[in-house]
Design a protein around this ligand. Sequence first.
Ligand code: ATP
Length: 202
Amino acid sequence: MQFTRLRLSGFKSFVDPTELLIEPGLTGVVGPNGCGKSNLLEAIRWVMGENRAKSLRGSGMDDVIFAGTDRRSPRNLAEVTLVLENRDRNGPAGFNDEDLIEVTRRIERDSGSAYRINGKDVRQKDVQLLFADAATGAHSPALVSQGRIGNLINAKPQDRRAILEEAAGISGLHTRRKEAELRLRAAEGNLVRVQDVIQAME
Ligand code: ATP
């Protein structure tokens, strides 16, 4: 599975619809200060389900929407699509019949985000799990932003373990285990209630 295209519209400085091809191999983004290099990396993390505005250099999630300039008025929505090629069928389970996987996140001012995978509405968690199962995600060490290398070198052992787990593609299992534990606790609660009712009837 490989990232092949990134489409942005209204996201930070990318006010006009913009499409970038992501070629195989290492990708570097070069340009003058302030041209939007970091914004591109943030767009990839955002569409993967990043939910901490601070890590996108904003105070709220609406800050990713184009805020206007002297010459252009602000926008009320932003949309980013990441296209993944899955011809080798190496993608996450559940997508074995798909040559392409298109993940879209859209945000409207004051209305929050919505996600789609191949045109179908999905939850944020579905998108996060898709990328976690593909051994990547919004916090993947493969996305190297400014200051990240220093952070990795100084990381605590637990944080390094999280990096290794992500690289091994098992971080999605932790989320699923937590969900299973919550369901188990709810079922145990129901069982206790049923026993109470049976006792009351005896
Ligand atoms: P440097 O090389 O200095 O790190 P860069 O190429 O990484 O810069 P970015 O930090 O990606 O540049 O982009 C900064 C630009 O994006 C600034 O001009 C900033 O005004 C603009 N920008 C950020 N958020 C928004 C927004 N919501 N609306 C409009 N413009 C924005």
